[in-house]
Design a binder for this molecule. Structure first.
Ligand code: SAM
Ligand code: 2KA
Ligand code: SF4
Ligand code: MG
Length: 209
């Protein structure tokens, strides 16, 4: 990457864009709502079950002007979901300021592992054991979405729930490859601990992106 582009990426005026698509939010509180997804490349959290490993290496995703990303997004939807990769790898200030200036609802999907930047109408926090969230994102998260892969993830979910703000909505979502095994365990857990709700990756059942 040349120096000029690197500088713009550092300022958040360009971002490594993996893909953008108009679909239905499949997960969490806003599931069922049409939204334009902006998937930013780059993540070094390293979840072994990550369902978008192609996003990890930022170098293979073209640095793209945020102005262009916003111009595209506003054609499709009033609601934009910024995901990745890990979007907080980058400075989200410029992208979100422009999306808000267009009057859009701006949501983020994040592990919370890096400094919270940007202006968000909705923060979905999905903590990972390898790189825990920052204090600020626990305070600002609107929903906590814990991925359940094995029994220890129930313990981890409770540990993370103790750290979020009191209004944060609590979800357990089955890890996709283990869904047949963990769904019955999640069902029993949520009935026994009803402060939790179930989140499914409904887009995978609907066969949409
Ligand atoms: C691909 S991540 C990108 C955003 C951010 N890096 C994060 O992890 O929150 C989007 C969402 O998908 C979840 N996810 C990733 N792989 C999954 C899988 N195999 N099964 C269930 N959820 C998964 C993540 O926990 C996160 O909530
Ligand atoms: N439809 C749909 N809903 C989603 N919710 C979170 C997603 C993500 O990968 O961040 C996602 C996704 O990839 N597709
Ligand atoms: S933090 Fe998100 S993008 Fe990164 S590896 Fe984990 S699930 Fe995948
Ligand atoms: Mg996904």
């Amino acid at each position: 990457m040349n120096k000029e582009i690197q500088l713009l990426v550092d300022k958040g005026e360009m971002l490594p864009l993996m893909e953008e698509f108009y679909t239905i939010q499949g997960e969490g509180y806003h599931k069922g709502t049409a939204a334009y997804f902006i998937r930013i490349g780059g993540c070094d959290v390293g979840c072994h079950w990550c369902d978008v490993k192609e996003s990890w290496n930022a170098d293979i995703h073209p640095p793209t002007e945020t102005v262009k990303i916003v111009a595209q997004a506003k054609k499709y939807s009033d609601t934009v979901v910024v995901t990745g990769g890990e979007p907080l790898t980058w400075d989200m200030t410029a992208l979100t300021a422009q999306l808000k200036a267009e009057g859009l609802q701006v949501h983020i999907e994040t592990s919370g592992a890096y400094k919270l930047t940007g202006i968000w109408d909705w923060i979905c926090l999905s903590p990972k054991k390898m790189k825990l969230p920052t204090q600020e994102v626990y305070e600002k998260a609107n929903e906590l979405k814990m991925i359940i892969y094995n029994r220890d993830d129930f313990r981890f979910a409770e540990e993370q729930a103790a750290k979020v703000n009191k209004d944060c909505i609590l979800y357990m979502q089955p890890e996709w490859s283990k869904r047949d095994k963990v769904i019955p365990e999640i069902v029993d857990y949520v009935m026994a601990h009803p402060k939790w709700k179930v989140s499914l990756q409904t887009h995978k059942y609907l066969n949409i992106p």
